[in-house]
Design a protein around this ligand. Structure first.
Ligand code: SF4
Length: 256
């Protein structure tokens, strides 16, 4: 009996003393050729600025990749404005990071919020959490809270910058560094970076990041539509997890 009690106490003491590993501890690992990828990302951002001046903007989701891009823009001294879509459904941790970014960024940060009347009308008609009822209603919510503000953010811009990476999902496997296939040029400076590269950069440069990444949230969106993932789950498994894989984009990066 006493022996059982001792074993149980040992396990409890091990668990209490266990060191909690951060996202940097778990993920930071530069891939082969990282220095070259970094130089290429910097060159891509310089190119965007040189070719488009104040007609290029950076769509910052406040995810790990986008905090890297924001850091690169600032460290290169580029006057590329960035914007954040504040959907009204973001986690507290994400809102805290937004305040940090606004306070620390030399490049201007503009926050776009949804049209208030449209949100009130949509919520009155469909409820606070329509996203779980059908894919159509989930997309309608994204339309009101993300796509309409995105249209305003991109209005008059000839180019935009994203933190898309090929590794993120099958739908993004072909993402080029510079995408000229649509009327508005899209620059993806981290297209060939690995998840390990992103965290290597964050760790090396002490980049601020969303604390939810330390709670196994690799991809972070709105609170009702994001959950932590388990060991072995796909990178984007925590986004719109109740839908099938093919439907999992909010529209921001879907080709028209
Ligand atoms: S991600 Fe979810 S909460 Fe956010 S706009 Fe889309 S459906 Fe609405």
């Amino acid at each position: 009996m006493n022996e059982e009690l001792n074993i149980s106490m040992d396990i409890t003491s091990i668990m209490n003393n266990a060191v909690k590993l951060s996202a940097i501890d778990l993920n930071a690992k530069a891939s082969d050729g990282f220095a070259q990828k970094l130089a290429q990302a910097q060159a891509t951002l310089r190119q965007a600025s040189a070719e488009h001046g104040d007609k290029v903007t950076f769509a910052c989701s406040l995810g790990a990749e986008d905090m890297v891009v924001a850091h690169l823009i600032n460290s290169l001294g580029l006057n590329i404005g960035m914007f954040v879509l504040e959907t009204g459904k973001l986690h507290t941790q994400t809102l805290q990071l937004l305040e940090q970014l606004k306070a620390s960024s030399q490049a201007p940060v503009t926050v776009y919020i949804p049209n208030n009347e449209a949100v009130v009308e949509f919520v009155k008609r469909e409820g606070e959490e329509p996203m779980y009822k059908s894919i159509e209603l989930r997309k309608a919510c994204c339309q009101v809270r993300k796509m309409e503000p995105l249209g305003r953010a991109l209005h008059g811009k000839t180019a935009w910058i994203t933190g898309l990476r090929r590794e993120q999902s099958g739908a993004r496997a072909e993402v080029p560094l510079v995408d000229t296939s649509e009327s508005r040029v899209k620059f993806n400076p981290l297209a060939d970076w690995t998840w390990g590269d992103v965290w290597h950069y964050i760790g090396t440069n002490k980049v601020a990041y969303n604390q939810l990444h330390d709670e196994f949230f690799p991809s972070i969106g709105c609170a009702p539509c994001t959950r932590a993932i388990s060991l072995g789950e796909d990178f984007r498994a925590g986004r719109w997890w109740w839908e099938n894989e093919a439907a999992k984009e909010c529209g921001l990066h879907v080709k028209g």
